[in-house]
Design a protein around this ligand. Structure first.
Ligand code: SAM
Length: 164
């Protein structure tokens, strides 16, 4: 039986939480900032703040419109299109990010896949050795290695990659 849009949404939400919880534990001993790509309503950002209270979490978003409880301080936002702000972040931070979470897609799976192919080369160089990348879309990296999903995550609804 095919899944309803509600089924797909629920799978994405539980997968984001399971992958973020797993990734936060895995990078706990690595120093370095965390990046949230796509703020949206701010639900995943709020969760990341909750599970990683001591981390610097920088948010990449072209237009901030989040819930007031989930709005980052202005100096933690890299405002603009990620095709501009990710290259700027590489100059500013180098390969230091311990966790990069991306939820940049919309409702069109084909468009999301094209976007993921185009943005992957801009994300890859930002990750520190041992760092993790969690994405709601399959990414296309040259050197990052896809990881097994934690319990509770739904295959195909989220992806985890590691820089070895
Ligand atoms: N994870 C968020 C949450 O829990 O509320 C939802 C993120 S929402 C699905 C995707 C966000 O990515 C939108 O706010 C959109 O503005 C942003 N976005 C999409 N493409 C972007 C781009 N090229 N540059 C910057 N932000 C982008």
């Amino acid at each position: 039986m095919t899944q309803s849009r509600l089924d797909l949404f629920v799978d994405r939400m539980v997968s984001q939480r399971a992958c973020l919880d797993h990734a936060a534990r895995a990078i706990a001993d690595l120093p370095g900032p965390v990046f949230e790509l796509g703020l949206g309503n701010g639900r995943t950002y709020h969760h990341m703040r909750h599970i990683m209270p001591a981390r610097d979490i920088f948010v990449f978003e072209r237009a901030v419109a989040s819930h007031p409880d989930s709005t980052p301080p202005v100096d933690m936002v890299l405002l603009g299109d990620v095709f501009d702000t990710l290259p700027a972040a590489l100059k500013r931070f180098g390969a230091t990010a311990t966790l990069i979470h991306a939820d940049l897609g919309g409702h069109d799976r084909v468009k999301n896949d094209i976007f993921a192919r185009n943005v992957s080369p801009l994300v890859e160089p930002l990750l520190a050795v041992g760092g993790l990348m969690v994405s709601s879309d399959r990414m296309y990296f040259e050197r990052l290695v896809e990881q097994p999903l934690p319990d509770g995550a739904v295959p195909g609804r989220c992806f985890i990659y590691r820089r070895e």
